[in-house]
Design a binder for this molecule. Structure first.
Ligand SMILES: Nc1ncnc2c1ncn2[C@@H]1O[C@H](COP(=O)(O)OP(=O)(O)OP(=O)(O)O)[C@@H](O)[C@H]1O
Ligand SMILES: [Mg+2]
Length: 395
């Protein structure tokens, strides 16, 4: 039996706004479930309904099979860690962690033992007698987690617990939270709007937009088989390149702006439904890492590849790889509401409104800004979407 089960959970706020619409989710024992989506999509609202801090408008919430809709937050056996965690400033780390147990009148030596164990798990032993003001942001965040862990709840809810930390600490804590969750083995729902956290931390990811879960699956499955344009554009950094193209007669050619691109027969064989889009528009998606610069020595084995040209606008050498920003005269598709925290700087210097894209290439690639390059992609790596519905063509 799943420790947490949400069945058509819906929230309509008193002003009539529906923030969460028929949210279905089952979190298995020990599972680390990530809830991801852009700002305002209803993540916090969903968590607050599970925690009992927000009334459930309709639907059923069960914990260990027991309906919880009308059970008070205290009796749900849930612990929450929020973005704006509040520690008691006058208490030490140890006292902060043990506070919930003290309120339950648990014997003092038992509290001490639990606090010590928890501090050990979180790497806080050294700081156990310090006050929060003497701690770093990351340490404070761990104390906040400690206060949740010590209660040994059936379910953890974490709502963007790392968003107040600086980038470096965030990366470090990302791994640490995942490690602690595995060690404790408690069913966890972790909210983030950072798709890197979503990709790396959890067992499964639920991608949400406008109050609705669009796809819920293992992170790699979502990455490899996004069900629609939004999920395709949201998961992955830099985002998938999405262009609206015109498909030619019989679906054997496509027009990327003014460029005519030949499609090998294997493309149509793998996705026969493309034929329906012959002489129509279709959205093609290419992940940045699937694009290569044709003619560079790492990949002249290019038989059966698909080629097109782009103008190099910007080159970002990251050491381990190069991000090549290029433009074409095709129409670039913005999956509505797509954004990512990690996108800062990616668009810097790009003023052109032309069909821009990004390729991720090996660090030794020689590139000159302004030059025209030939790009190639393995046709197996092309995604296709129906522009009318945004749905992926799966076959
Ligand atoms: N009390 C309220 N009354 C009416 N609307 C509300 C209320 N609280 C939140 N909302 C709206 O519900 C929607 C979902 O809000 P929520 O806080 O759940 O989003 P979120 O996904 O957690 O966003 P973020 O990533 O910014 O934290 C938003 O459009 C918000 O404006
Ligand atoms: Mg929120």
């Amino acid at each position: 039996m799943a420790p947490v089960s949400l069945e058509k959970l819906t929230k309509v706020y008193p002003n009539g706004f529906e923030a969460v619409h028929e949210f279905d989710l089952e979190v298995a024992d020990g599972e680390f479930m990530i809830l991801v989506g852009p700002s305002g999509c209803g993540k916090t609202t969903a968590m607050r309904m599970v925690a009992g801090l927000e009334e459930i408008s309709s639907g059923v919430l069960r914990i260990d099979g027991v309906v919880m809709n009308d059970v008070s937050p205290r009796d749900r056996d849930i612990a929450m860690v929020f973005q704006n965690y509040a520690l008691y400033p006058h208490m030490t780390v140890g006292e902060n962690i043990g506070f919930a147990l003290k309120m339950k009148h648990i014997p003092k030596d038992e509290i001490e033992k639990k606090v010590r164990e928890t501090a050990e798990i979180l790497g806080l032993t050294e700081w156990i007698d310090r006050k929060p003001a003497q701690l770093s942001g990351g340490q404070r965040q761990r104390v906040a987690m400690g206060r949740a862990i010590v209660r040994e709840p059936k379910v953890f809810l974490m709502d963007e617990p790392l968003s107040n930390l600086d980038a470096k600490l965030r990366v470090q804590m990302r791994a640490e939270v995942a490690r602690i969750q595995r060690r404790l083995g408690v069913a966890t729902i972790y909210v983030t709007h950072d798709q890197v956290e979503a990709m790396t931390m959890g067992d499964r990811v639920a991608v949400m937009r406008s109050g609705v879960v669009l796809q819920c699956d293992k992170p790699q499955t979502i990455y490899d088989h996004p069900l629609n344009l939004f999920v395709a554009g949201f998961m992955g950094s830099p985002s998938m390149n999405l262009f609206e193209v015109h498909l030619g007669e019989g679906g054997r050619t496509l027009f990327l702006g003014t460029q005519k691109v030949e499609l090998p027969a294997t493309v149509l064989a793998a996705k026969p439904s493309l034929v329906k889009f012959a002489n129509k528009d279709v959205v093609v998606g290419i992940r940045p890492e699937s694009l290569m610069i044709a003619g560079t020595k790492t990949n002249d084995n290019a038989k059966d590849f698909v080629f097109f040209e782009g103008d190099v606008d910007l080159v970002e050498a990251l050491g381990s790889e190069i991000l090549v920003h290029f433009s074409t005269d095709a129409h670039r598709v913005e999956a509505e509401g797509v954004y990512s925290d990690d996108a800062e700087g990616l668009d810097a210097g790009l003023i052109t409104q032309r069909g821009e894209g990004v390729a991720r290439v090996p660090p030794e690639t020689q590139l000159v800004i302004g030059e025209r390059v030939r790009l190639q992609v393995n046709p197996k790596r092309l995604f296709f979407f129906d522009p009318a519905t945004g749905l992926a063509l799966s076959e």
